[in-house]
Design a binder for this molecule. Structure first.
Ligand code: AMP
Ligand code: ZN
Length: 152
């Protein structure tokens, strides 16, 4: 799908603050983070829903999410806990129809509650803030012995 926003990011046509990439998935900062450090894991090949996703990608995405959660905890991001969130279908709140897993850092007192119901109250930040946070997460991931870190 050529005009898909996440396909365009993966092709390098739209900038993103990457923290991780391998042959199957990419992970970058969400542009409207619930909390600073909010990440998206996106398959490199377009799949609009879980039904379209190659079945081997399910476990891989979860494995990457586990690594990124550890990376968040070891970075400068305020992260005492992590929510994983995936919306499959419009009725479930999916807005970008290139399936993706949210990895959301949480901390006591962030007042996000059931964060998926409060998305519009997300943290507002700038590209340079996201780049700075992404650099810290990439450094943390290196210390978590992950080999396939994308270099800027
Ligand atoms: P969902 O409702 O699960 O489809 O979430 C889509 C997510 O994509 C939202 O959290 C958006 O903030 C995020 N998003 C949309 N456009 C971009 C972009 N260009 N770069 C990074 N994240 C984006
Ligand atoms: Zn796509």
């Amino acid at each position: 799908m050529t005009d898909c926003i996440f396909c365009r990011i993966i092709r390098g046509e739209i900038p993103a603050s990457y923290v991780y990439q391998d042959e199957l998935v990419s992970a970058f900062m969400d542009i409207q983070p619930v909390n600073p450090g909010h990440l998206l894991i996106v398959p490199n090949t377009h799949a609009s829903s879980l039904a379209d996703l190659d079945s081997k990608l399910g476990p891989h995405i979860f494995q990457v999410a586990m690594r990124l959660a550890a990376g968040l905890r070891g970075s400068t991001v305020q992260c005492e806990g992590v929510n994983l969130y995936l919306a499959d279908g419009k009725a479930a709140g999916q807005e970008v129809f290139h399936i993706h897993l949210h990895v959301i850092p949480r901390f006591s007192g962030d007042n996000k509650g059931a964060f998926f119901a409060l998305r519009s109250r997300g943290h507002s930040d700038q590209k340079q803030d996201r780049d700075q946070i992404a650099a810290s997460i990439r450094t943390s991931l290196l210390h978590n012995t992950i080999p396939e870190i994308r270099k800027e």
